[in-house]
Design a binder for this molecule. Structure first.
Ligand SMILES: [Zn+2]
Length: 562
């Protein structure tokens, strides 16, 4: 008895003496940095110590240098800026790095004729009958803002089915061969939540498919030429890391992608973090399958989360598919489309809440947003969940009366800063100045105490976080127009914009205790930047580059020296 007590005491002393030394030796130390922590308790620091996957300490150079041991790697940042790892809060992640080079990138085209010329060149190189696909066209970028038709594509590629997605994914443009492959004729009715645009005189489908109608043709495109899912994900990860992203919310993804993420994580081939939010269309079998799998939280050392489902209430403003209370200002007989009926929205929310899931509701028009708020409030009344973290994606045009409802029910407003600056040339034409009082109303929502979230919803050309932060703080295009910013009273501060990509993103995935700021105990996810995005002139935010990206204490990207 006595012996044991003494031995125990000795052990305790030995352990007490040994433990601090071991615990306080860093593996990596970053010194002489301009560290922006996004942690209110210590917003700025010079140095960071990292041990294993986690941040050990944050502070002044001298204080942190004391944590160096014999084998510690000390990196001198020479004054460079360090921020927490960036997270895109709304992205279609698998598609980000996929199929580069095989499909046409139409984002720079300025007219229907220019797109048709690109299709003609592609057709001359393709095998007869082979599909020609492409994406990223937008009539808002064109010299004349009118819908194109199948006629120009028929002339360019009479022997190939052509399908070109555009309007930020909300409309597709097909030629006659592609419509034929899908069996679309003048007798085909509009599918629920979608529209087949038709020639006014003849009633024949004119080649433009809106929202849910796109699937009729898309499902016919053979995917034999596509790369395996895991390869596409790996390419997306590499691309994202090079922009300083350490994670993304994969919104509207599939369970197949979730399986692929798990496989890559299990194989140790996933230097990234994903919050997967699979897409559902109704409260049926597909939803049940997702909910049956259950919540995924903290998988593989917080590499994968799945605890929400995505549903699209309406369409988008550019294609006039966003659901409005009153008709479009530039199309008097159109109020947009509701893609999921109210009862289904409600049942999806109810089932999800009961299973411990939440939801991300795409809503762009004021009617789409109001319906989303109504359904969330009703579902929460029936199933009170205090910490639900339900989000509305885009929340672009909201009736001013509805804006306070976000904060009242703790609904996160998930914004894509660049949507505002992409839409501003024509948004007022679509909805008029009056409705824009509740349009892209970031500052108003923040002032109410609404949680926000920053993302891009964009492809590889425009998903740069620096483009997003610039758009959030200037509400100008990259040339600086309009002077002073578009509806400038709604601008964000730079720190708010940075927070929207870091701590706010971590909150939305229930991970703010371990991610989102440079704080001792959290994962060492951080980025070294070429510029101090909090102080450089706004135009220089656009030139900012990620020099080094670290995920869980490992350097996973370094910009090659030139
Ligand atoms: Zn999206």
């Amino acid at each position: 008895m006595k012996f044991t007590r003494i031995a125990g005491f000795v052990l305790l002393v030995l352990f007490a003496a040994a433990a601090p030394v071991r615990a306080q030796t860093a593996d990596i130390i970053l010194v002489n940095g301009n560290v922006i922590t996004v942690d209110e308790r210590k917003p700025r620091a010079e140095a960071v110590a990292i041990q294993g996957e986690r941040i050990l300490a944050v502070g002044a150079n001298a204080e942190i240098r004391r944590l160096a041991g014999e084998r510690t790697r000390v990196m001198d940042l020479a004054g460079k800026t360090v921020v927490p790892g960036l997270v895109d809060g709304h992205l279609h992640f698998v598609g980000l790095g996929s199929d580069r080079g095989t499909a046409l990138d139409l984002g720079d085209a300025r007219s229907e004729a220019e797109v048709a010329a690109m299709v003609r060149r592609a057709a001359s190189r393709a095998q007869p009958g082979e599909w020609i696909t492409g994406g990223d066209w937008h009539t808002g970028n064109w010299e004349r803002e009118v819908w194109p038709t199948r006629a120009s594509l028929d002339a360019a590629a009479p022997n190939h089915p052509v399908l070109l997605s555009g309007m930020h994914g909300h409309a597709s443009w097909a030629n006659s061969k592609a419509l034929e492959a899908a069996g679309i004729t003048r007798a085909t009715p509009d599918p629920p939540g979608g529209k087949i645009l038709r020639d006014e005189k003849t009633g024949e489908p004119n080649g433009i498919l809106i929202e849910n109608a796109q699937a009729l043709v898309r499902s016919r495109v053979p995917d034999s030429a596509r790369q395996p899912l895991e390869e596409r994900i790996k390419r997306s990860v590499q691309l994202a890391l090079s922009y300083g992203f350490t994670g993304a919310h994969d919104i509207g993804t599939s369970l197949a992608a979730v399986d692929a993420y798990k496989k890559l994580i299990d194989a140790g081939e996933f230097p990234f973090r994903i919050n997967a939010v699979p897409r559902v269309w109704n409260a049926g079998a597909q939803l049940d399958e997702i909910l049956k799998r259950g919540v995924i939280a903290g998988y593989g050392g917080n590499r994968l989360t799945m605890r929400g489902v995505k549903l699209s209430i309406d369409g988008a403003l550019g294609a006039r598919g966003a659901a409005l209370m009153r008709p479009y200002s530039d199309e008097p007989h159109n109020i947009g489309v509701i893609r999921v009926p109210y009862d289904q929205i409600y049942f999806i929310l109810e089932k999800s809440l009961r299973a411990g899931f939440n939801a991300a509701l795409h809503a762009i028009g004021d009617r789409g947003n109001q319906m989303s708020l109504d359904a969330v409030e009703e579902a929460l009344r029936a199933n009170p969940v205090a910490d639900h973290r339900i989000r509305v994606e885009h929340a672009q045009i909201v009736r001013p009366d509805d804006l306070p409802r976000f904060a009242q029910s703790d609904i996160i407003a998930s914004f894509q800063w660049i949507h505002c600056t992409l839409d501003m040339p024509w948004a007022e034409k679509r909805v008029g100045a009056e409705r824009l009082r509740g349009g892209y109303a970031w500052r108003t929502l923040l002032n109410h105490g609404t949680r926000i979230l920053g993302g891009s919803d964009e492809g590889a050309r425009t998903f740069s976080p620096f483009l997003g932060i610039y758009a959030a703080v200037t509400r100008q295009d990259s040339s600086g127009a309009p002077a002073g910013g578009w509806y400038p009273e709604q601008k964000l501060t730079r720190l708010e914009a940075l927070r929207s990509y870091t701590l706010d993103a971590a909150y939305a995935s229930f991970e703010e205790a371990v991610l989102g700021s440079i704080t001792p105990g959290k994962y060492a996810d951080l980025v070294v930047l070429s510029k101090d995005i909090l102080t450089v002139p706004a135009a220089e935010i656009l030139e900012t580059q990620a020099l080094m990206t670290m995920v869980g204490g490992k350097i996973v990207y370094e910009r090659p020296a030139r």
